[in-house]
Design a protein around this ligand. Structure first.
Ligand SMILES: Nc1ncnc2c1ncn2[C@@H]1O[C@H](COP(=O)(O)OP(=O)(O)OP(=O)(O)O)[C@@H](O)[C@H]1O
Ligand SMILES: [Mg+2]
Length: 172
């Protein structure tokens, strides 16, 4: 168990398939109402975001789904971002994180929960990893909604980047 979900969140499990460790996000153990009203909808939305972002190195691969309530992801071990990592991250870490978020926005996806410390990792290789697209919104790049709304939502993600920069960038 990586994270036991509350009444409205999935359980996040570390599992092993034939050859590797994988992460399973599963609404299966939640109440019937949550499964039907939230579980299917959030799982479907999160899968969509992972598919759109499948080329980004900073985003774990979506490996598939067990059923309508449970998605399976590549396991990207790492440490959660926190102030205590200041000075110990790769020198270009924050720039890479900014580039990853920019590439995500260019594909029409806004994350909206990047402030939460559980959603940005420093991977074992030292590079940033973005997870948890449960709150993300996907727009069709170039479409009317993207042109009108995406810049506004993207500011929320950039505000989170600003917060992380202040916490983890070495003080000059
Ligand atoms: N692909 C992954 N690779 C490595 N660890 C992961 C992965 N996905 C999730 N985790 C771990 O599981 C935790 C919870 O996952 P996630 O944030 O997606 O679920 P959540 O239901 O939103 O939980 P929370 O409410 O704590 O944010 C993450 O903080 C991270 O430690
Ligand atoms: Mg999370």
């Amino acid at each position: 168990m990586l994270n036991r979900g509350g009444w409205g969140n999935p359980d996040v499990l570390l599992a092993r398939d034939a050859e590797r460790l994988v992460v399973v996000k599963d609404f299966g153990p939640r109440s019937g109402l949550v499964r039907w009203l939230l579980g299917r909808w959030i799982t479907g939305r999160e899968m969509r975001a992972y598919r759109v972002l499948s080329e980004l190195a900073a985003v774990p691969r979506l490996l598939g789904r067990l059923d309508a309530l449970a998605l399976v992801l590549e396991y990207r071990p790492g440490v959660l971002l926190s102030r205590s990592l200041r000075g110990s991250l790769l020198p270009g870490f924050m720039d890479e994180l900014r580039d990853a978020v920019g590439a995500m926005h260019a594909r029409g996806v806004v994350h909206l929960d990047l402030r939460h410390r559980s959603n940005v990792l420093a991977g074992e290789d030292g590079h940033p990893v973005l997870i948890d697209f449960a709150s993300a919104l996907c727009f069709r790049p170039g479409g009317l909604a993207a042109r009108l709304l995406l810049p506004w939502f993207a500011r929320i993600d950039r505000g989170a980047l600003h917060k992380w920069a202040q916490r983890i960038e070495p003080r000059s």
